[in-house]
Every structure is written in C-alpha cells, then in structure tokens.
Design a protein around this ligand. Structure first.
Ligand code: NAD
Ligand code: ZN
Length: 348
C-alpha cells in the first residue's frame, strides 16, 4: 500500500510502498478513507517536536469499517483509565511510546515508525481496538475524520477540560481547525461572549458563523488590551490554540480574576513561557489539555449527533480535498495560514 513517509525534518513527505502485518489480538485493520492534516503533524515535520524517523505521520482519520480513529488509545485498566481519565492512560504496551510500534514495514532494512499508534497518511491502518469508535452509517467519513483530532480537541478543551459554564466569556486565540472547534464548542456550551483572535480575516469571518460574537485581529494593536476593552477587564476562559510562547502569555494576561487559561497549542518542545507571579494571587489558573480530555467512545458519537442536528458546522471547515500525492501542497497551504482543514481523500 501507499503511505506518505517523513524521512527527515524539513524535507517533503515521500510516497512509498509499505506494508502491515495481519491483525494480532485486539487489533483492527482499517481501510483509510479520509485523513485530515493537523498542525501537530507539521510541528513534527518541522522538527519542533521529536519523533523517531522515518515515520508515517497522520492522526486525524476515518475509515472502513465505519469508524473514527483517536490517538487517545487506552487500556481500560490502569489507574487513570479506571478513575475516568483514559486520555492519560499509562499502559505503554497499549499506548505505545514513539519508536516502539513494529506494525509498519517496507522493503528497506531500516525500521519504519508508526505515529501516535495510528499513521493515517497511509491507505490502511493497523490499530488497537481501543483506538477507534464506531459511528452511525449515515455520517460522511470526510466530516467524521475531522472529529478524530481537531474537533474533539477544540470542543473537548472547552467542554471537558475547562468546563465552560453558560454565560461565561471565552477567548479563542488561533482559529485553525482546532480553534474553530473550540468556538463551535463554546457556542454549544452556551458561553456568553465568544471572542475569536486570528491574523487572517477570512478565518475571523468563518468564526463569526460558528458562534464568535466578537473578533480581534492582532494586527490592529495589543491583543490583551483589545480583549480587556471588549470585556470590561478580562475573560473567564481563554484558549491558546496556536502553540506559541507569546500567545500563551497573552492567554494568561487577558484573564479576569479567577479566570482560567487552557493551553491547547503545542508550544515548541523545550520552550518556556513567562507569567507574572502576582496574577496568581487573584486565583488565575493555567492548565494544559490533551486531546480535549476526551472520553472519545462517548464524546465522538455525541459530536456526530451534534452535526446531524445542525449544531456542529463541520462542512465549513474543509478548505481542500487532496489526493495522498498532494500532501506536501496541503502542508504548504497550512504553513501559509490559508486553510482551516485540508483532508486527504483516499480512493474508494
Ligand atoms: P492551524 O495552523 O490550522 O491554525 C492556526 C491558526 O492561528 C491559523 O488560523 C492562523 O491564521 C492563526 N494565527 C497565526 N498567527 C496568529 C497570531 N499571532 N494570533 C492569533 N492567531 C494567529 O492549526 P491547528 O491544526 O488548528 O492546530 C492548532 C494547535 O493545536 C497546534 O499547535 C497543534 O499542534 C495543537 N494541537 C494540540 C492538541 C492537544 O491535544 N493539545 C491536539 C491537536 C492539535
Ligand atoms: Zn492533531
């Protein structure tokens, strides 16, 4: 089968012939139908995060039998799984660390690495049964794939991690695929003001359609001041959905006393962020969110229902449908900030 292989950081992906073994116990072989391009893949391609190479990237996908995949594979029996936090599963025989999985192989002698126990940029995926959830047959897989990372991450950060309450004010910094899902999630959660921050006017326009009540363009001046002016002194919840030091610091600085900043973006590995210690005296908080603190077997079918009932506007954030051979063009468009989400549609 064909797969897009990252041989070296900052080099284009190369389409190679690779293979998978027959499924072992508790494994499922899936024909990949659709794979979304997520900025997290790009962070690894640019070497801002380490991963053993060569590897087949991709982690936002849907395939046949009609399922959505999730990198939050869980064992179901460790302390974190049994206390309701499967996203923090500690069983590394199921949630294998980078460089451990031996599922992918090819004609070369060098090991080919699976990415996040999935590797969606390939015509087939061999995954643990706890890395997938079955969804209703009438859900289009193109849209379902988006739920696999971007949607669950943005929506879950708002609903599961931060637990935004009706009427609370929300800011989302960075309105790509994940940020749009946070905005749509804030609307579903009943947030009061929802302020979208992005440097691309087209993204801000779409954010308004998804539920943003106000928009802020950083090119019009200090973002923190603009948000403070809009909210009479600060917000209850801010979400950093970009992965940068400056924007993470902005997210904290724009909080009202008692507010919480949730960092969703992947800040380059090793990079530190700086906060004013004084701000903690007014009970401001900063927290991380992994894959929207999901319980994906429950959350993803609910997101499908939200889509079916017209509450989750998934069509709006597919910017381009690509072939596997066009994957590098897709990442170039992401780097240029042009797309909300591009998806690879594999041949049926
Ligand atoms: P994306 O590239 O699609 O979107 C980023 C957006 O930020 C773009 O719309 C761009 O115009 C905007 N932007 C650029 N500069 C800006 C600035 N100074 N201020 C405000 N906006 C600006 O990215 P994505 O795929 O939505 O991913 C967003 C982040 O979330 C990435 O860092 C990704 O790795 C991370 N992520 C984290 C998790 C998790 O579990 N925590 C899961 C998935 C993705
Ligand atoms: Zn992702």
């Amino acid at each position: 089968m064909k797969a897009a292989v990252l041989h070296e950081v900052n080099k284009p992906l190369v389409i190679e012939d690779v293979s998978l073994p027959k499924p072992g116990p508790r494994e499922v072989l899936i024909r990949t139908s659709v794979a979304g391009l997520c900025h997290s893949d790009l962070h690894f391609m640019e070497g801002l995060y380490p991963h053993p190479l060569p590897a087949v990237l991709g982690h936002e996908s849907a395939g046949v039998v009609h399922v959505v995949t999730c990198l939050s594979v869980f064992c179901g029996t460790c302390d974190n799984c049994t206390t309701g936090r499967p996203v923090l599963c500690t069983d590394t025989s199921v949630k294998m660390l980078p460089g451990v999985s031996n599922r992918l192989s090819w004609a070369r002698s060098e090991k080919l690495n699976q990415f996040l126990n999935l590797s969606s940029f390939a015509e087939q995926m061999l995954v643990h049964e706890n890395a997938i959830v079955k969804i209703r047959k009438d859900m289009p897989l193109e849209l379902a794939a988006l739920i696999g990372c971007g949607v669950i991450t943005g929506y879950g950060a708002v609903v599961n991690t931060a637990k935004v309450a009706p009427g609370e004010t929300v800011v989302v910094i960075g309105c790509g695929g994940v940020g749009m899902a946070a905005i749509n999630g804030a609307q579903i959660a009943g947030a009061g003001r929802v302020i979208a921050v992005d440097t691309n006017p087209a993204k801000l326009q779409l954010a308004t359609k998804l539920g943003a009540t106000d928009i802020v363009d950083p090119r019009n001046g200090d973002v923190v001041q603009q948000v403070r002016d809009l909210t009479n002194g600060g917000v209850h919840h801010s979400f950093e959905v970009l992965g940068r030091k400056e924007t993470a610091e902005q997210a904290f600085a724009m909080l009202a006393p008692g507010g919480t900043a949730t960092i969703v973006g992947m800040i380059p590995f090793g990079q530190k962020i700086e906060l004013h210690g004084f701000d903690f005296l007014r009970e401001r908080k900063m927290q991380g969110s992994s894959m929207g603190s999901n319980h994906f077997r429950v959350d993803m079918p609910r997101l499908v229902e939200f889509y079916m009932r017209g509450k989750l506007h998934l069509e709006d954030w597919i910017s381009a449908k690509l072939k596997l051979s066009e994957i590098n063009e897709g990442f170039a468009a992401m780097k240029a900030g042009k797309t909300v989400r591009s998806v690879i549609v594999f041949d049926a």
